[in-house]
Design a protein around this ligand. Structure first.
Ligand SMILES: [Zn+2]
Ligand SMILES: [Zn+2]
Length: 615
């Protein structure tokens, strides 16, 4: 979801007040935490005298509608901070008291970082602003809509537990989530997306389509790719190989572990250790499973001297990496401990960096076009140089790198936003935020411009002047990792992969036993058809079980196979095939050669739509 407009954000924020006012009217002893906006609405953290359940949401919503109709105004006023503290104490609002005391003692930054800048004050403040909505008074900096009538469409959708100020040692509050939109079409669309997201859970779809399995014996967060999943990986790798070949990349292949000294040199042991697996000891030396592929690629760069004429050098590898993730955070293929990245490192001169960075950005756009990913934007993460200890302080180099990235982003004509914090320890980075067909947003691929590694690794080249010069390294992984990307695609396509990505592209179903010989001959012809795929021919199987035809068709539909070929007397007689697409369309008696030609074209062009029976 692209960033919302300011007026929509004000309406959502105002709606959070309306929720609080409704709850205050129903549970006068409820204690309120914070209530920020979200990308589709708002939430409020509340400590109820007795925990409520989802069944209570309807009642709260009715109260909100009731209060909204009263045309309540948002009345702003200021109080000395001590008076505000007294008032909140008098009303048992212990969380608001805590925030006010923080505000008084530490200034707004301490509070803002805790609760998302919802308070109006600078350090050393004496007054705070409050808003009254009906009976309910809340601490807030505003702004709001004028009256509750301006709050358009809203719906409360769920309740979750949330620790006060995100601290597991603090009391647990109940977080009520609500949606808020400018009209009912948008609200209903979002409700549909949320319902659809439950059905499209990639773990469910992956099980239905037999993409991966997990095993206790292997370990948590370490998926096993089944044949169907492995085929999707091969196709994605083939796509990457073709595009990278066009863009002048060279393939490399490197081991998944390395000695401790490499990670001291790279900075991973200083800055990234908590995300790494513990070391393995071999012959008195420590080895680590790699959390990133970069240091290995740098060693390849270092394996021979380089002149300015050889640059840029673009080394690519679908590389396996291992990172520690808390077991509670592991989720299917989305969050794993081992994954395989669509990685590459581009070693270039400073004067080539913008051009190379731009090419990497455009490569992302190319992949998204092929895969039918329409909504995306780039998020540039900038360092918060004031407060970090994690970043290496080289302000001039950071500024240069940021300028190069900004120029490249502008030249790409792709949408972008900038955000403070979250930069990698070796340079500013871009995340591509991509949205699935049901509006879920994911940060799946990252692009980084690295000006520090050259020093750590002595990555240099011999210039025209015969002198040694440092290089820039661009890290890029447009297709992310297989794990996250396939999880995303499962949701995006609802398991209906375009034919070129389908593990099984055609299922042959003979109507009875006497058609099996003909079916076998068709199968052979399809398997041997010249198709540009990693396996050569089409991926075909046959269902010659004794089950009823309807059941066979149903099974193929559940497996989301793009084409079924139904073969009976007429097809044998005319040397043809009858086709049933997964969307239910039926095409009778197509000559087998025509079927092969059309499906070849569909696969070759990586078409998102079926080309057989297309109007
Ligand atoms: Zn407010
Ligand atoms: Zn890297």
């Amino acid at each position: 979801m692209n960033p919302s407009s300011p007026s929509l954000e004000i309406m959502r924020h105002s709606c959070a007040h309306l929720l609080a006012a409704a709850i205050y009217a129903l549970w006068p002893r409820a204690r309120f935490g914070v209530g920020p906006i979200t990308k589709d609405g708002f939430y409020y953290d509340i400590d109820f005298p007795k925990p409520i359940g989802e069944g209570d949401l309807a009642q709260i919503e009715l109260k909100m509608i009731d209060l909204k109709a009263k045309h309540l105004q948002f009345e702003r006023f200021e109080w000395p901070i001590e008076r505000a503290i007294e008032y909140m104490k008098g009303h048992g609002q212990i969380y608001k008291v805590e925030l006010l005391e923080l505000l008084r003692d530490k200034g707004s930054t301490a509070v803002a970082s805790e609760v998302g800048e919802d308070f109006n004050a600078s350090a050393g403040i004496s007054h705070v602003s409050l808003y009254r909505l009906g009976e309910f008074i809340d601490l807030c900096k505003g702004p709001h809509v004028e009256s509750t009538l301006a709050i358009k469409e809203f719906k409360l959708i769920s309740i979750a537990g949330a620790y006060w100020r995100g601290d597991a040692k603090s009391p647990q509050l109940q977080r009520i989530y609500g949606l808020c939109f400018e009209n009912s079409e948008k609200l209903n669309e979002r409700l549909w997306q949320i319902e659809e997201a439950k059905k499209r859970d990639h773990r469910k779809l992956a099980q239905q389509l037999q993409i991966y399995a997990m095993s206790d014996e292997i370990g948590r967060g370490l998926p096993l790719w089944l044949p169907h999943g492995a085929i999707i990986r091969q196709e994605l790798e083939q796509l990457a190989r073709e595009q990278e070949h066009k863009d002048g990349y060279l393939p490399v292949s490197t081991p998944v572990i390395a000695k401790e000294s490499l990670y001291h040199r790279s900075g991973h042991l200083q800055y990234y250790k908590e995300d790494m697996y513990a070391p393995i000891e071999i012959e008195d030396e420590k080895y680590y499973l790699r959390p990133m592929n970069c240091p290995h690629h740098h060693e390849i760069y270092l394996s021979q001297p380089h002149s300015y004429r050889e640059l840029p050098l673009r080394l690519s590898e679908y590389g396996h990496v291992y990172r520690y993730e808390a077991s509670g955070a592991l989720t299917g293929l989305m969050r794993t401990r081992g994954f395989c990245q669509n990685d590459a490192h581009i070693y270039c001169r400073y004067d080539q960096a913008k051009e190379e960075f731009l090419r990497a950005l455009l490569l992302h756009a190319k992949y998204y076009e092929i895969l039918g990913i329409k909504n995306y934007y780039m998020r540039l993460s900038l360092p918060d140089l004031q407060k970090n200890d994690k970043y290496i302080s080289e302000p001039k180099k950071w500024a240069d790198a940021i300028n190069i990235i900004r120029d490249a982003m502008q030249a790409s004509n792709l949408p972008f936003v900038e955000e403070k914090g979250e930069a990698a320890f070796y340079g500013p980075k871009i995340d591509f935020m991509i949205e699935s067909a049901i509006g879920q947003e994911y940060a799946i691929s990252t692009n980084q411009l690295d000006f520090l590694t050259s020093e750590r690794f002595n990555l240099n080249y011999i210039g025209e002047d015969g002198q040694s010069h440092p290089i820039y390294v661009i890290h890029r992984a447009p297709l992310g990792s297989h794990e996250r990307f396939v999880a995303f695609l499962l949701e995006h396509y609802n398991g209906n992969f375009p034919t070129w990505l389908c593990p099984v592209q055609v299922r042959i179903i003979p109507i009875s036993n006497k058609h099996v010989d003909y079916a076998q001959a068709i199968k052979l012809a399809l398997c041997q058809a010249k198709i540009p795929s990693p396996m050569g021919g089409l991926r075909v199987d046959m269902d010659d079980s004794d089950e009823r035809m309807q059941k066979k068709i149903l099974r193929a539909q559940q497996e989301k196979l793009p084409y079924m070929l139904i073969l009976g007397d007429k097809e044998v007689e005319k040397n043809s095939v009858s086709i049933r697409r997964r969307d239910g369309a039926v095409i009778n008696h197509l000559a087998i050669d025509e079927f092969i030609d059309k499906i070849s074209e569909e696969i070759k062009s990586r078409s998102l739509e079926p080309m057989i029976g297309a109007i």
